[in-house]
Design a protein around this ligand. Sequence first.
Ligand SMILES: [Zn+2]
Length: 264
Amino acid sequence: MTSTVTGVDARLAAVYRYEILDTPRDGTFEGFARIAARQFRVPISTVTIVDADRVWFAAAEGLPGVAQIGTEPGLCASAVLQSGPYVVNDALVDPRTMNHPLVRGALNLRFYAAAPITTRDGHRLGTVNVIDSAPRDVSTDETSLLTDLAALVAQHLELRLAALDAVRAEQALRRDADTRAAASMQLAARMRSAGAAQRTTEHPGHCQLGGPAGCTADAELKVADTWGDHAWGCPAHVEEILTHASSVFLATQELDGLAGYRSR
Ligand SMILES: [Zn+2]
């Protein structure tokens, strides 16, 4: 199965959506690589994510200190182009891999088997693979194990992404709450200074903003609206009306009428 240019872009978009590249080592991925290496009795197993120009290791059992390799065709970069398992029994004679640097180089790779890590929407992000320096065959059970491990890796990526989303949603809520708290502190400060300025002004004894039920609290602050109506209220009712009615502000002028408006 060959990917079109659009397919490659969509695959990379999926890779970036999971925000996994260059994250610190995750014990879950390392556990999957360890299981694969043990089951295949091979020295090396990696969990890879294939980026545009590199193969990044989410886990690298048996390859300590290796973080990424190039995207030369033949191994992981080719394995993500097909939907099923990808097996190279003897890399030295396989035309797909015989010139690959890991085959020709110090690693002396001879055997490679991989299953693609496939997202729910069908994008292949990378592989779970096993590597040996001797050629060998694989059984159907073994490729099934790789496929199962790759499905578990995909599942872990989904859970990880859901957790990231949840943390971000929580942070956004906290930011909203902080903004509201700051606005309410600002309002309280303005009400305090208005109350101090209006203390000596002649005003009714009780709050006029209690609506039909009335309010027996002391009137301390005067508010007015953009039509020029005004009323005196207790701090609680003044704060309520300032918060909910956009046309009402803390007033200083001697106007009347807002109490009537609130009592209707
Ligand atoms: Zn009141």
